[in-house]
Design a protein around this ligand. Structure first.
Ligand code: SF4
Length: 335
Protein backbone atom coordinates (compact mmCIF):
# COMPACT_ATOMS: atom_id res chain seq x y z
CA UNK A 1 0.00 0.00 0.00
CA UNK A 2 1.28 3.45 -0.91
CA UNK A 3 1.74 5.91 1.95
CA UNK A 4 -0.29 8.49 0.02
CA UNK A 5 -2.72 8.04 -2.83
CA UNK A 6 -4.46 11.00 -4.45
CA UNK A 7 -7.54 10.03 -6.46
CA UNK A 8 -9.29 12.40 -8.90
CA UNK A 9 -8.52 15.42 -6.72
CA UNK A 10 -10.18 18.67 -7.78
CA UNK A 11 -10.25 22.22 -6.48
CA UNK A 12 -12.54 24.90 -7.82
CA UNK A 13 -12.37 28.42 -6.43
CA UNK A 14 -15.46 30.53 -6.94
CA UNK A 15 -14.71 34.14 -7.80
CA UNK A 16 -16.39 36.55 -5.39
CA UNK A 17 -18.85 39.15 -6.75
CA UNK A 18 -17.51 42.70 -6.57
CA UNK A 19 -19.08 45.49 -4.49
CA UNK A 20 -21.38 46.66 -7.31
CA UNK A 21 -22.62 43.09 -7.99
CA UNK A 22 -23.27 42.53 -4.28
CA UNK A 23 -25.17 45.84 -4.08
CA UNK A 24 -27.32 44.93 -7.09
CA UNK A 25 -28.00 41.46 -5.67
CA UNK A 26 -29.03 42.97 -2.32
CA UNK A 27 -31.86 44.87 -4.05
CA UNK A 28 -32.94 41.80 -5.97
CA UNK A 29 -31.27 42.57 -9.30
CA UNK A 30 -29.50 39.73 -11.04
CA UNK A 31 -25.88 40.06 -12.12
CA UNK A 32 -23.89 37.83 -14.46
CA UNK A 33 -22.58 34.77 -12.63
CA UNK A 34 -18.80 34.96 -12.34
CA UNK A 35 -16.85 31.99 -13.68
CA UNK A 36 -15.20 29.58 -11.27
CA UNK A 37 -11.45 28.94 -11.37
CA UNK A 38 -10.56 25.27 -11.64
CA UNK A 39 -7.15 25.31 -9.97
CA UNK A 40 -6.76 21.50 -9.81
CA UNK A 41 -8.51 19.21 -12.30
CA UNK A 42 -8.82 15.51 -11.65
CA UNK A 43 -5.29 14.84 -10.37
CA UNK A 44 -4.28 11.31 -9.31
CA UNK A 45 -0.87 10.08 -8.11
CA UNK A 46 0.77 7.95 -5.44
CA UNK A 47 3.71 8.50 -3.11
CA UNK A 48 5.46 5.42 -1.72
CA UNK A 49 6.86 5.27 1.82
CA UNK A 50 10.35 6.79 2.02
CA UNK A 51 10.11 8.29 -1.47
CA UNK A 52 10.69 11.90 -2.56
CA UNK A 53 8.18 13.03 -5.17
CA UNK A 54 9.14 16.26 -6.94
CA UNK A 55 6.22 18.36 -8.16
CA UNK A 56 7.20 20.81 -10.90
CA UNK A 57 5.34 23.44 -12.88
CA UNK A 58 5.16 27.13 -13.63
CA UNK A 59 3.51 29.54 -11.21
CA UNK A 60 -0.28 29.03 -11.08
CA UNK A 61 -0.23 25.39 -12.28
CA UNK A 62 -1.95 24.16 -9.10
CA UNK A 63 0.99 22.50 -7.33
CA UNK A 64 0.70 24.59 -4.14
CA UNK A 65 -3.09 24.11 -4.09
CA UNK A 66 -2.53 20.33 -4.17
CA UNK A 67 -0.03 20.66 -1.32
CA UNK A 68 -2.46 22.71 0.75
CA UNK A 69 -5.29 20.22 0.17
CA UNK A 70 -3.07 17.30 1.24
CA UNK A 71 -1.98 19.26 4.34
CA UNK A 72 -5.64 20.03 5.18
CA UNK A 73 -5.21 23.80 4.81
CA UNK A 74 -7.46 24.17 1.73
CA UNK A 75 -10.61 22.02 1.44
CA UNK A 76 -10.86 19.88 -1.69
CA UNK A 77 -13.83 20.25 -4.03
CA UNK A 78 -13.86 16.57 -5.01
CA UNK A 79 -11.70 13.46 -4.94
CA UNK A 80 -9.93 11.44 -2.28
CA UNK A 81 -6.69 11.80 -0.34
CA UNK A 82 -5.85 8.38 1.06
CA UNK A 83 -3.07 8.52 3.64
CA UNK A 84 -1.99 5.24 5.20
CA UNK A 85 -5.30 3.69 4.14
CA UNK A 86 -7.50 6.54 5.53
CA UNK A 87 -9.36 9.06 3.39
CA UNK A 88 -8.24 12.14 5.29
CA UNK A 89 -10.92 14.27 3.65
CA UNK A 90 -13.44 12.36 5.76
CA UNK A 91 -12.99 14.44 8.89
CA UNK A 92 -15.89 12.64 10.63
CA UNK A 93 -13.49 9.72 11.14
CA UNK A 94 -11.23 9.94 14.20
CA UNK A 95 -8.60 7.74 12.48
CA UNK A 96 -8.58 10.08 9.47
CA UNK A 97 -8.09 13.12 11.75
CA UNK A 98 -5.13 11.41 13.44
CA UNK A 99 -3.64 10.36 10.09
CA UNK A 100 -3.90 13.95 8.82
CA UNK A 101 -1.64 15.13 11.68
CA UNK A 102 1.13 12.92 10.27
CA UNK A 103 1.33 15.27 7.27
CA UNK A 104 3.21 18.51 7.87
CA UNK A 105 4.16 21.34 5.57
CA UNK A 106 7.28 23.51 5.33
CA UNK A 107 6.60 26.81 3.58
CA UNK A 108 8.80 29.14 1.57
CA UNK A 109 8.48 31.96 4.08
CA UNK A 110 8.92 30.27 7.45
CA UNK A 111 8.86 33.59 9.34
CA UNK A 112 5.36 34.46 8.09
CA UNK A 113 3.92 31.55 10.06
CA UNK A 114 5.75 32.46 13.30
CA UNK A 115 4.31 34.67 16.01
CA UNK A 116 7.07 37.33 16.43
CA UNK A 117 6.29 37.58 20.17
CA UNK A 118 6.84 33.87 20.80
CA UNK A 119 10.20 32.41 21.71
CA UNK A 120 11.42 29.63 19.42
CA UNK A 121 10.64 27.06 22.16
CA UNK A 122 6.96 28.08 22.12
CA UNK A 123 6.84 28.21 18.32
CA UNK A 124 8.15 24.63 18.08
CA UNK A 125 6.03 23.23 20.93
CA UNK A 126 2.72 25.01 20.21
CA UNK A 127 1.14 22.53 17.74
CA UNK A 128 2.33 19.26 19.34
CA UNK A 129 1.13 20.47 22.78
CA UNK A 130 -2.26 21.40 21.31
CA UNK A 131 -2.65 18.04 19.53
CA UNK A 132 -1.32 15.97 22.44
CA UNK A 133 1.85 14.94 20.65
CA UNK A 134 4.09 16.46 23.34
CA UNK A 135 3.64 16.75 27.12
CA UNK A 136 4.36 20.06 28.92
CA UNK A 137 6.90 18.24 31.08
CA UNK A 138 8.95 17.20 28.05
CA UNK A 139 8.94 20.51 26.13
CA UNK A 140 12.49 21.58 27.06
CA UNK A 141 14.10 18.22 26.24
CA UNK A 142 12.09 17.63 23.06
CA UNK A 143 12.71 21.16 21.72
CA UNK A 144 16.46 20.78 22.41
CA UNK A 145 16.46 17.42 20.55
CA UNK A 146 14.57 18.86 17.59
CA UNK A 147 16.86 21.90 17.40
CA UNK A 148 19.84 19.57 17.29
CA UNK A 149 18.17 17.52 14.56
CA UNK A 150 18.01 20.67 12.38
CA UNK A 151 21.65 21.50 13.26
CA UNK A 152 20.90 24.38 15.63
CA UNK A 153 22.16 24.73 19.17
CA UNK A 154 19.56 24.23 21.98
CA UNK A 155 20.26 27.89 22.95
CA UNK A 156 18.06 28.95 20.04
CA UNK A 157 15.01 27.95 22.14
CA UNK A 158 15.23 31.28 24.01
CA UNK A 159 15.54 33.48 20.93
CA UNK A 160 12.83 35.30 18.98
CA UNK A 161 12.26 34.96 15.21
CA UNK A 162 13.69 38.44 14.44
CA UNK A 163 17.02 37.38 16.00
CA UNK A 164 17.54 34.68 13.36
CA UNK A 165 18.98 34.70 9.83
CA UNK A 166 16.87 33.51 6.87
CA UNK A 167 18.52 30.08 6.90
CA UNK A 168 18.03 29.72 10.67
CA UNK A 169 14.35 30.69 10.37
CA UNK A 170 13.90 28.05 7.68
CA UNK A 171 15.47 25.46 10.01
CA UNK A 172 12.95 26.52 12.70
CA UNK A 173 10.17 26.03 10.13
CA UNK A 174 11.46 22.49 9.59
CA UNK A 175 11.83 21.96 13.36
CA UNK A 176 8.23 23.01 13.90
CA UNK A 177 7.03 20.47 11.33
CA UNK A 178 9.28 17.77 12.85
CA UNK A 179 7.88 18.39 16.34
CA UNK A 180 4.59 16.84 15.16
CA UNK A 181 6.48 13.59 14.40
CA UNK A 182 5.25 13.57 10.79
CA UNK A 183 5.55 10.74 8.30
CA UNK A 184 4.99 12.92 5.22
CA UNK A 185 6.55 16.37 4.82
CA UNK A 186 5.37 18.66 2.05
CA UNK A 187 8.00 21.24 1.18
CA UNK A 188 6.48 24.07 -0.86
CA UNK A 189 9.30 26.10 -2.43
CA UNK A 190 11.02 25.62 0.93
CA UNK A 191 14.48 26.62 -0.29
CA UNK A 192 13.44 29.16 -2.96
CA UNK A 193 14.05 32.25 -0.82
CA UNK A 194 17.49 31.17 0.44
CA UNK A 195 20.97 32.03 -0.86
CA UNK A 196 22.47 29.28 -3.01
CA UNK A 197 24.98 28.14 -0.35
CA UNK A 198 22.28 28.02 2.38
CA UNK A 199 19.95 26.28 -0.10
CA UNK A 200 22.42 23.41 -0.46
CA UNK A 201 22.72 23.07 3.33
CA UNK A 202 18.94 22.96 3.82
CA UNK A 203 18.52 20.40 0.98
CA UNK A 204 21.17 18.22 2.63
CA UNK A 205 19.33 18.65 5.94
CA UNK A 206 16.10 17.39 4.32
CA UNK A 207 17.96 14.32 3.08
CA UNK A 208 19.56 13.66 6.49
CA UNK A 209 16.14 13.92 8.19
CA UNK A 210 14.72 11.47 5.67
CA UNK A 211 17.29 8.90 6.78
CA UNK A 212 17.02 9.68 10.47
CA UNK A 213 13.21 9.77 10.80
CA UNK A 214 12.16 7.60 7.82
CA UNK A 215 10.38 10.57 6.23
CA UNK A 216 8.57 10.71 2.91
CA UNK A 217 8.53 14.01 0.99
CA UNK A 218 6.56 15.86 -1.62
CA UNK A 219 9.00 18.50 -2.80
CA UNK A 220 7.44 21.37 -4.74
CA UNK A 221 9.70 23.66 -6.72
CA UNK A 222 9.89 25.65 -9.92
CA UNK A 223 13.67 25.00 -9.84
CA UNK A 224 14.40 21.85 -11.84
CA UNK A 225 17.98 21.53 -10.60
CA UNK A 226 16.73 21.36 -6.98
CA UNK A 227 14.08 18.76 -7.87
CA UNK A 228 16.61 16.75 -9.87
CA UNK A 229 18.94 16.66 -6.90
CA UNK A 230 16.40 15.64 -4.29
CA UNK A 231 13.65 13.54 -5.98
CA UNK A 232 13.16 9.85 -6.73
CA UNK A 233 10.14 10.47 -8.92
CA UNK A 234 8.81 13.60 -10.59
CA UNK A 235 5.34 14.80 -11.62
CA UNK A 236 5.06 17.70 -14.07
CA UNK A 237 1.96 19.91 -13.79
CA UNK A 238 0.38 22.26 -16.31
CA UNK A 239 -2.80 24.28 -15.72
CA UNK A 240 -4.14 22.13 -12.91
CA UNK A 241 -3.23 18.73 -14.38
CA UNK A 242 -0.37 16.25 -14.19
CA UNK A 243 0.92 15.98 -17.77
CA UNK A 244 3.88 13.67 -17.16
CA UNK A 245 5.12 11.50 -14.32
CA UNK A 246 8.12 9.17 -14.20
CA UNK A 247 11.30 8.39 -12.31
CA UNK A 248 13.79 11.25 -12.04
CA UNK A 249 16.08 9.51 -14.55
CA UNK A 250 13.30 9.11 -17.13
CA UNK A 251 12.09 12.70 -16.74
CA UNK A 252 15.53 14.28 -17.10
CA UNK A 253 17.14 11.86 -19.60
CA UNK A 254 14.11 10.95 -21.69
CA UNK A 255 11.36 13.57 -21.21
CA UNK A 256 8.26 12.70 -23.25
CA UNK A 257 5.87 15.65 -22.94
CA UNK A 258 6.73 18.73 -25.05
CA UNK A 259 6.14 20.89 -21.95
CA UNK A 260 8.62 18.87 -19.88
CA UNK A 261 11.17 19.10 -22.69
CA UNK A 262 10.66 22.86 -22.90
CA UNK A 263 11.07 23.26 -19.12
CA UNK A 264 14.33 21.28 -19.20
CA UNK A 265 15.68 23.23 -22.18
CA UNK A 266 14.71 26.47 -20.49
CA UNK A 267 16.56 25.64 -17.28
CA UNK A 268 20.05 27.12 -17.70
CA UNK A 269 21.74 24.86 -15.16
CA UNK A 270 20.74 21.55 -16.72
CA UNK A 271 20.02 22.29 -20.38
CA UNK A 272 22.03 20.50 -22.99
CA UNK A 273 24.72 23.00 -23.89
CA UNK A 274 24.80 21.91 -27.52
CA UNK A 275 21.18 23.03 -27.96
CA UNK A 276 20.16 26.62 -28.32
CA UNK A 277 18.34 28.12 -25.36
CA UNK A 278 14.66 28.17 -26.34
CA UNK A 279 12.34 29.69 -23.75
CA UNK A 280 8.76 28.40 -23.74
CA UNK A 281 6.80 30.65 -26.05
CA UNK A 282 3.64 32.38 -24.88
CA UNK A 283 2.05 32.90 -21.50
CA UNK A 284 0.45 30.31 -19.24
CA UNK A 285 -3.29 30.55 -20.18
CA UNK A 286 -5.78 31.77 -17.62
CA UNK A 287 -7.39 28.91 -15.67
CA UNK A 288 -10.62 30.94 -16.01
CA UNK A 289 -10.61 30.22 -19.74
CA UNK A 290 -8.32 27.31 -20.61
CA UNK A 291 -7.67 26.57 -24.31
CA UNK A 292 -9.71 23.84 -26.02
CA UNK A 293 -8.20 20.37 -26.45
CA UNK A 294 -4.73 20.07 -24.96
CA UNK A 295 -4.24 23.07 -22.66
CA UNK A 296 -0.61 23.32 -23.84
CA UNK A 297 -1.43 23.46 -27.57
CA UNK A 298 -1.07 27.27 -28.07
CA UNK A 299 2.55 26.99 -26.81
CA UNK A 300 3.50 23.56 -28.12
CA UNK A 301 6.20 23.17 -30.79
CA UNK A 302 4.98 19.65 -31.70
CA UNK A 303 1.28 20.50 -32.03
CA UNK A 304 -0.89 18.14 -34.14
CA UNK A 305 -4.23 18.85 -35.83
CA UNK A 306 -6.13 16.97 -33.12
CA UNK A 307 -4.47 18.88 -30.27
CA UNK A 308 -6.84 21.86 -30.31
CA UNK A 309 -9.87 19.56 -30.30
CA UNK A 310 -9.18 16.54 -28.09
CA UNK A 311 -7.98 16.71 -24.52
CA UNK A 312 -5.23 14.09 -23.99
CA UNK A 313 -5.56 11.65 -21.08
CA UNK A 314 -2.62 10.50 -18.97
CA UNK A 315 -1.43 7.16 -20.40
CA UNK A 316 1.42 4.77 -19.62
CA UNK A 317 4.15 4.77 -22.27
CA UNK A 318 6.60 2.46 -20.47
CA UNK A 319 6.93 1.04 -16.96
CA UNK A 320 5.97 3.83 -14.56
CA UNK A 321 6.34 6.56 -17.20
CA UNK A 322 3.00 8.27 -17.90
CA UNK A 323 2.30 11.16 -20.24
CA UNK A 324 -0.77 13.10 -21.43
CA UNK A 325 0.04 13.93 -25.06
CA UNK A 326 -1.43 12.98 -28.46
CA UNK A 327 2.06 12.38 -29.89
CA UNK A 328 1.99 9.00 -28.17
CA UNK A 329 -1.47 8.11 -29.52
CA UNK A 330 -0.15 8.92 -33.01
CA UNK A 331 2.86 6.63 -32.53
CA UNK A 332 0.54 3.85 -31.33
CA UNK A 333 -1.85 4.21 -34.24
CA UNK A 334 0.99 4.11 -36.82
CA UNK A 335 2.68 1.05 -35.32
FE1 SF4 B 1 1.64 19.30 -27.83
FE2 SF4 B 1 -0.48 18.05 -28.79
FE3 SF4 B 1 1.05 16.83 -27.03
FE4 SF4 B 1 -0.49 18.87 -26.29
S1 SF4 B 1 -1.17 16.88 -27.05
S2 SF4 B 1 1.62 18.55 -25.74
S3 SF4 B 1 -0.35 20.18 -28.08
S4 SF4 B 1 1.63 17.46 -29.09
Amino acid sequence: MSLLEIKNLQKTFSTKPDLLARGLESIGLKTNTLPAVQAVRDVSFRVEKGEVLGLIGESGCGKSTIARMIAGITPATAGEIIFDGQNILDQSSKQAQTAALDIQMVFQDAAAAMNPRYKIRDIIAEAPLFHGRMKSSEVNDRVAEILEAVSLSPDFADRYPHQLSGGQRQRIGIARALAMKPRLMICDESVAALDVSIQAQVINLFMDLREKFGLTYIFISHDLSVVRHISDRVAIMYLGEVVETATKQEIFLNPAHPYTRALIEQNPSIKNRQREHQPIEGEVPSPLKPPSGCYFHPRCRSVLASCSVQHPALQTISGTHQVACHLYNAIESYS
